[in-house]
Write a protein that binds this ligand. Sequence first.
Ligand SMILES: Cc1ncc(COP(=O)(O)O)c(C=O)c1O
Length: 487
Amino acid sequence: MSKIGWPGALPPIDRNSIVPIYRQIYEGLRESILAGTLPESTRLPPERTLAVRLGVNRSTVVRAYRELVADGLIEQRVGSGSRVVPTLRTGQPERSAAVPWWVTLPPWRVGEFPMVLGELAAKQEPGRISFVQGVAPDEPSPLPELAKCFSRVAADPRIVLSYGDSEGYEPLRAAIAHRMTDRGARTQAKDVIVLTGSTQGIMIVAQSLAEPGDEIIVETPSYPGALQIFQICGLRAIPVPLDDDGMRVDHVEAILRTRRPRFIYTMPSIHNPTNVTMNADRRERLVTVARRSGIPIIEDDPYGELAKNGNPPLVGLAPDYVVYLSTFSKTIAPSLRVGWLSAPRTILERLLLRKQAHDMATSLYVQAAIRDYLQSGYDAHVAQLREELFARRAIADEAIAEHWPATFRTSKASGGFYLWVTTPREIRARPLLDASERQGASFLFGEAFYANSGGDHNLRLALTAVPRNEIAEGIHRIGVAIARVRS
Ligand SMILES: Cc1ncc(COP(=O)(O)O)c(C=O)c1O
């Protein structure tokens, strides 16, 4: 069989691209193989050689080659390296078929996120205390009251058996608008679109207000679910740090001097993962910047209602410049999949069309039950939940003081679901997670929260994800893991 040498053209690499480098190498080689520039049986350079020529780690090339093997485009043999598979082979007619369709799909664009979000889908192992998922705590439970609401609305077949309007169930929209107005953001029912979870809203906004390749501003760290959506949509995130008073608006101003992002994505109230709430001055300054530069703000506010003395949402300050998103996932339960957005009337129709394309309408049955719950047990439940979050944080703080070295720093702000931790220089989050899992506790490592790079010295504990009486034990186990990693 002929052994064709490498013709010499290296796959192009763009280090500023959002596409990971291994993926660029893989796609470059794949295209060359499919185009015939790298004919069958061509030997690819050894991984190390290609890595040196491209100025990347060997593991990056290994990963790219692995993808090509998985696609059936190259084969690897010990001792003879990697080569393009012969497409026509006697005895293996399936090889002569056209290139499999999935090989020619457009770029996937998700980079590292599937791996990271796999971690979010909490591996439940018996006996493990898993501080991973941002779910509401088991206590206080909304269930007894909520079950009554569901059975009340179930009596009406027009509700249980139909689609309902794409905008959402009018009485629920009115109730949401009323509550937002009470929180300081004057809203009318017609400004509100009910969503199947606020995740849907983030996707709708990303698709409706920007195009692939556009830049956007995000906080760093930020919510991994949103970062993943932005990445899938091909948006390029410009990270802006936050401190104890929220997003650094001075950084936003500096960026806007030279760049024109499509929107600014922020969680100004009880930010995920740090719990930080933006102070009143910054809120004013941010909406002023948005107005002056003509750039909209996407305010993601799933936790704002849980604040004890919360600031009014940003949308109250600049309704024409803010698309507001929230959800009942944190105050009631994520299983309901009901959230909402409010937006300036000028773009509502554009957002509504996307919403229709996603799922026609959010479950009318669930919307009606939530509306019933808003009139009955909701406020009492949220009040109890607020207390529960503070109580859990106090337990965690005490356990950390007892079991972790003082060199571990935690975010000061409390009241949310999470505890954001910064590890000392000598301890990285991923090895600590491995060690913690061996001790029977898990958390989310910080990289998931960074758009580009960072977070290897951070971890997030979802204090709500475990029974209250296991918080101290879980933190103790992580403390044992810290000692092991250090020794
Ligand atoms: C900041 C933020 N936005 C959105 C969501 C998603 O909420 P939903 O369940 O409504 O899709 C979450 C969930 O963790 C979140 O933390």
